[in-house]
Design a protein around this ligand. Structure first.
Ligand SMILES: [Fe+2]
Ligand SMILES: [Fe+2]
Length: 212
């Protein structure tokens, strides 16, 4: 195989260096893909920092509410935390609208895709469907169907999603609420995203409750 070219970082303990030999993936070697795997593993360790950055950028998202999209996300997570919810729910509440900027037409699925490998199955489902459940609060004012969520009425986690929206989402637009700051959620993010992605224990169904 062609030895990857060494370049970039000077110290060997600093992480992987070099580039692959190929210009089309079909010509890649085992060594090439081992090198890329090392780069990806190092990159993955920065996930929480990138999530914090993305959340921070929500402060510049669309306006119209009395608080920013970041403040809404923080308030939602604060309500989950104060309700005694576990870390899966707190992080889910924190990230549930992180797709607002890049996936305005399916922001729920965007957030769920980030969370899915690291949280219980019912938490993923609730985040994935919160957008349609939230329409209950406003769709009729725009000529839509506020009962669109009823198509999921028989689902085992429909009640959880209703509760998530009622208690932590639709009411989290209050500028006077004592919302916790972003830094206070760093440990929660590290706990959730420090888990082994897709492990059976992590993504298994849990107690199917929002709070103990
Ligand atoms: Fe949302
Ligand atoms: Fe929200």
């Amino acid at each position: 195989m062609t030895e990857p070219l060494l370049q970039g970082r000077a110290h060997p303990d600093d992480g992987p260096t070099g580039v692959v030999s190929f210009t089309a993936m079909e010509h890649g070697t085992a060594d090439d893909y081992a090198l890329l795997d090392r780069f990806e593993r190092v990159h993955a360790t920065g996930l929480v920092d990138r999530l914090l950055d993305a959340l921070g950028r929500l402060s510049g998202s669309f306006g119209g509410y009395q608080i920013t999209r970041l403040e809404h996300s923080l308030q939602s997570a604060t309500r989950a935390r104060l309700a005694g919810a576990d870390v899966d729910w707190v992080v889910a509440a924190l990230l549930h609208d992180i797709g607002d900027d890049l996936a305005p037409d399916n922001h729920s699925e965007y957030a769920a895709a980030i969370l899915q490998p690291y949280v219980r199955a019912e938490v993923d489902w609730v985040v994935r469907h919160h957008g349609i459940f939230q329409t209950y609060y406003y769709a009729h004012h725009l000529g839509g169907d506020r009962h669109a969520r009823d198509r999921f009425a028989d689902h085992r986690w429909a009640g959880l999603c209703e509760q998530f929206c009622a208690e932590w989402d639709q009411n989290s637009f209050d500028p006077d609420f004592p919302t916790h700051d972003l830094a206070s959620f760093t440990d929660d993010l590290n706990e959730v995203f420090g888990r082994e992605a897709w492990s059976d224990e992590v993504i298994a169904v849990g107690n199917e409750r929002l709070t103990p």
